[in-house]
Design a protein around this ligand. Structure first.
Ligand SMILES: NC(=O)c1ccc[n+]([C@@H]2O[C@H](COP(=O)([O-])OP(=O)(O)OC[C@H]3O[C@@H](n4cnc5c(N)ncnc54)[C@H](O)[C@@H]3O)[C@@H](O)[C@H]2O)c1
Length: 400
């Protein structure tokens, strides 16, 4: 019971913290939000990236995965934390282990190709861990893109696969454009509805310039995550209009009412603010994930944080070779990103490119010699190490 309490507390806490101070218009606010997931300055300890992977790998192996799959999960979750997305990092491991313990996810399963037609393949994830399915599919998409110019692989029978950006980067590292998306448990009320019909359905697309710059968009298609509403409750604040509906189906500014109803509004908010575009993007993700693959879809996916049945999520992965199109696309992207960064600004903060806040966070982690976790997460990880019978994570002093 104690462990269960800590898991819930940790999960909620990390969601609250990772969601704090978000402002899409300001890098300071965005990076602060990322930083706020970590300890306050009174705790000068960090965990090296390798140690985070080692710890997650040990736990996943104990839960029954192969060493290779445990590494895949460990590397993925560490990367999410490294990039500042703590809500999708190490704190998710306990959810994955719980799903394995409850026989809801199969730790030994291998994804299988169902149909393979040149640049396209349909994969059955066989209820393996989402990161195992995701890595398999993007590797296949990259292989196809190198052969055919484009590779598109869609999977059913998958599970929560973490941050979309991870798979996008796999393609970018090979000089390709990466794209991927996933359907998720219903939490978003489509424009004009009063009931959740789609999930937060995130998507990601990225391309590198080849000279060190990149565009890496990685975003949910809802206005905010549920965690941002929890944070407002903690702070005793109202939420802005456009984030969520109350249980009466009306837009609410009452954080507690919004949290209890769990009806997120699509990206954009209400209809007059073009929320239907976010709804459209969420539905676009569902077409590529659930509709194409035969996985669960929309409101038929199991409710968030329930594990009464397998998730059977759908996911879609694409890799595109820019060299298959007009010459010089990387140079043009480099020019465009510079032009955007150099635009006159309204205030003090510079124009950003998607992916910049994450790169700032990674620079901070590198400068400090490791990832700074919130004390509550460290405490919960220590408890979890005992529960799993593995060596706890080693903390080292933060580099100055
Ligand atoms: N697997 C799942 O079920 C699931 C569900 C939802 C979200 N996620 C993941 O959660 C993570 C967070 O999603 P989110 O929607 O909260 O992200 P976010 O709102 O923090 O960022 C969205 C995107 O906007 C960019 N950005 C931020 N500030 C910017 C600015 N000022 N100018 C230009 N670009 C800017 C970021 O670099 C990012 O690409 C993502 O990695 C996503 O894949 C996963």
């Amino acid at each position: 019971m104690l462990i269960i309490f800590h898991r819930a507390t940790l999960s909620r806490f990390c969601e609250l913290l990772t969601s704090s101070l978000s402002s899409r218009a300001c890098i300071v606010a965005t990076v602060n939000r990322m930083m706020s997931t970590g300890c306050q300055d009174h705790d000068q300890k960090v965990v090296s990236k390798d140690e985070v992977i080692r710890f997650i790998q040990d736990c996943m192996c104990k839960a029954g995965t192969t060493l290779e799959d445990a590494y895949a999960v460990g590397h993925h979750l560490m990367t999410a934390d490294y990039r500042g997305h703590f809500s999708h990092g190490m704190n998710r491991m306990q959810m994955y282990v719980k799903d394995i313990e409850n026989r809801i996810t199969d730790p030994a399963a291998r994804p299988q190709i169902v149909t393979d037609f040149q640049a396209i393949a349909l994969v059955d994830g066989k209820n393996a861990l989402g990161q195992v399915v995701g890595k398999y599919c993007m590797e296949l998409a990259v292989e196809k893109a190198k052969k055919f110019g484009i590779g598109m692989v869609a999977a059913r029978g998958s599970n929560h696969f973490g941050i979309c950006g991870y798979y996008t980067m796999m393609a970018m590292e090979q000089g390709l454009i990466g794209f991927n998306c996933t359907n998720t448990s219903p939490l978003m009320a489509p424009t004009r509805s009063v009931k959740a019909g789609l999930g937060t359905n995130p998507l990601s697309l990225g391309m590198s310039t080849g000279d060190g710059d990149e565009f890496l968009l990685d975003m949910a298609t809802t206005a905010v995550a549920l965690g941002k509403i929890e944070l407002a409750i903690r702070k005793g604040e109202d939420i802005p209009e456009g984030w969520a509906l109350g249980s009466d189906g009306e837009v609410t500014r009452d954080a507690e009412e919004a949290f209890n109803a769990s009806l997120l509004m699509p990206l954009g908010g209400s209809e007059c603010n073009s929320g239907y575009k976010g709804y459209g993007l969420g539905l676009m993700v569902e077409v590529l994930c659930g509709i194409l693959t035969g996985s669960q879809f929309g409101p038929n996916i199991r409710a968030w944080k329930t594990n009464d049945r397998v998730a059977n999520l759908g996911q879609c992965f694409m890799a595109i070779n820019p060299e298959a199109f007009a010459c010089g696309s990387k140079e043009r992207l480099s020019t465009l990103l510079k032009q955007l960064r150099d635009l006159p600004v309204a205030g003090e903060e510079p124009v950003l490119i998607a992916g910049d806040p994450e790169r700032s966070h990674m620079r901070k982690v590198d400068g400090e010699g490791g990832i700074t976790y919130h004390p509550n997460q460290l405490k919960a990880s220590e408890e979890f190490a005992k529960h799993m019978g593995v060596r706890p994570m080693k903390l080292v002093p933060k580099s100055v």
